[in-house]
Design a protein. Sequence first.
Length: 593
Amino acid sequence: MAEEAGTAGISKPVIGIHDGHNASVAVLAGGKIEFAVQEERLTRVKNQGDAPREAMMAARRSFGAIRSDGHAPEIRAALNGRYMNYGQWRTETILRDYDRSSTLASRAKQPLKNTFFDRLYQRHKAGERLERLSELGIGASFTAVDHHTAHSAAAYYTAPWTGSRTLVLTCDGSGDRLSATVSVGERAHLTRIAEVSENDSIGRLYALVTRHLGMAPLEHEYKVMGLAAYANASREIEKTAGVFESLFEFTADGLEWKRRKGVPAMYAARNLVTRLLEGIRFDTAAAGVQRFLETWLVRWVKHAIAETGIRRIACSGGVFMNVKANLALLELPEVEEMYVFPSCGDESNSIGAACWLAARAGETVKPLGAIYYGDPIRDEKAGHALETAARGGRLRYRLVRDIESQTAEALAQGLIVARAKGAAEFGARALGNRSILARADAPAVVHALNRMVKSRDFWMPFAPSVLAERAEDYYFKKAASSPYMMLAFRSRPERRSAFSAALHPDDFTTRPHEVFAKHNPDYHRLLEEYQARTGEGIVLNTSFNLHGEPIVYSEEDAVDVFLRSGLEYMALGNYWVEKTRARGLTARAGLDT
């Protein structure tokens, strides 16, 4: 079961490829991630999967520019997973798969997994995959990296601490027939010590409940998490959580778990979940599966720490996108430090695969730092996009001397402002460079945002960006920073009014983006300017996109979404942009350009 990094090798750029659901490409050179982007950002199709053609073209521009002699350097290519089943990423296909997961045909397939016939199937799919990837014209040989090894590598090699023994945990729905692993990282080596079959997947169980509640698996699990806090029938919640817990049992050492006798594989359990939740209110169902997930992960992590003696944990895999579960782990007294790889669903495995291949060649992978890996907004291109749009008479724009100061002033006056500046952030979280910003102390802004652009379910909270140096003024912290919006914290009761629009309105937790000057000096200064005007170093931050669409990427994307939404103000690069019929406070604010 062990996966270890090798030693000898030469330093060449590594391109990492994820060609499944939410495909992506990453480039690692000199031990540093230089570029990463999801295919959906470029095709504008949510969760775009399969061979990432557009992302590869963007990556080629990136790694081709690493050398100054005009020639693209020799590269290595790492793939997420041993094989990939193409054409399975669209929402309608996923819904059909889940709805059919208890049919006779689906149940009959489960015993064949991890058999000779399954290996033949995987080999066939791997061959089809290479044919598809050859069309990308990379000109490199491919190394397939086991799915959970890629998750582990992403978490371990990029962790903010270096040279220390690390307990590395992965947990998701499925990848290469596994759903969870425990590894020990030490001296650049990763050694797997435990693994859980996909048939016993708690991530798949959570997704089945998501589908039961009428939502889309692999996309709306965060809605189930948000809904869970509203349920107040505590006895029913505990009972429901206990029903889910009764499906599984831990092994003697607590590092692995399995289904109890008579429980079907989670990939054939749709009817089981329907039966278990019959007559249970939707909010109680959400709260029950959330309580189960938190309780199960807490027990797992406590077992793993007791077994290994390692109190520093690094986590990856889609289950760790659940920030409430991460909060439960962070608050464990056994956990000394915790790091969750940003946007740790499968989209990040392009980075993980690249990290593993580089480490295997004896290279040192640097801690993560800022994750603004995409193409930057350029004023020249922004000007062209705005000029074209302005001909229709729907917007006006001007280049300003200090866009951060202008934006801060507008926010202080109560305006909602879309911001697209600098390099695009990687992953599912908007980290200021492709964000919509507003005052965090104005609850009415939540309704305005949903009316203008977001159309979120009524129970879903918004999140804040906060000056990192002010973070503990607003919420209770342990030994973990939150620069990637991957952790939740409990707000300080006396400070809740300062960011009431960026809290969960029922349990008052918050999922902050802590802004460090070294990561994003422009955005950090914007928050400082806002603080100078309001006394608060915190604003509401949500992704710059329309509901159901990817976050904007290019200058043209930003202008397009601005025009199609109810947004009235935008900071695009160093341009200040307004709708011609804007009804906000700009005139009264007396902003100076």
